[in-house]
Design a protein around this ligand. Sequence first.
Ligand SMILES: [Zn+2]
Length: 271
Amino acid sequence: MQWTSHAWCRAGVLATAFAATLLCAPPAFAWGPLGHRIVARLAEAQLTPRAWAEAQQLLALRGAHHLADIAVWADDLRDTDPALFQRTKRMHFVNFHSGKCVYDPPRDCRNGECVVAVIEKYSAILADRSNSPATRAEALAFVVHFVGDIHQPLHADYRHDAGGNDFQVRWHGRGTNLHHVWDSLMLDSTHLSVAQFTDQLAAQRTRIAIGGTPARWAEESCRIDRDDGVYPRSHFIDQTYVERELPIAEQRLRQAGARLAELLNRDLASG
Ligand SMILES: [Zn+2]
């Protein structure tokens, strides 16, 4: 995946006449605000009292009260701090070499600039109390965001189409791209608020796999892209697609929330 500024339009212009007629949507970087805030709320409800107490101290340094308040900050940098965004934009995803979906750091994560490595990096910064509170608070914001991203299947790309940003689709009669469908459109189509959606997911009782490492979480996402019908053959997103794929997106949100809580319960209880 490459987040070049106009990769999405390039595909529309150079591909088929059909695709060229589609409207171009801006390149996406993550679950949209709804997805990230759901992950944060799910995690917050699973924090130990000790981890939550320390999280609140760090959140206060950023003028925040809840994990959801900082969950979209890493994406908002695009507007609020373009220089920092430039330095961090490659951290939101990982590109796999092939559909085998086997993570190989020297090949798939050069210079440690991919979502797998940066979760480990910022988790370590967060856990290390010799770092300043401000540095740890920033690490918390990155961790909350990137654990969400890594569970969005299209953030673990193996098809070299910018995580579906270059895969044009029709959604309710208008053109967009597959990445945007997964980041936002499919979740937003439920018309649920963050609180309502979170409560609904928290009430689900189907078993989900938790634990594991960021490398495994990314490999799971890559395999979902490959095996679970994420790429529609027709380039049309219809209700059948949503009924099949939305439960997968919901499962990934639940896993992200549970794993983020595990990570924070560990990192914030190490002092
Ligand atoms: Zn992101």
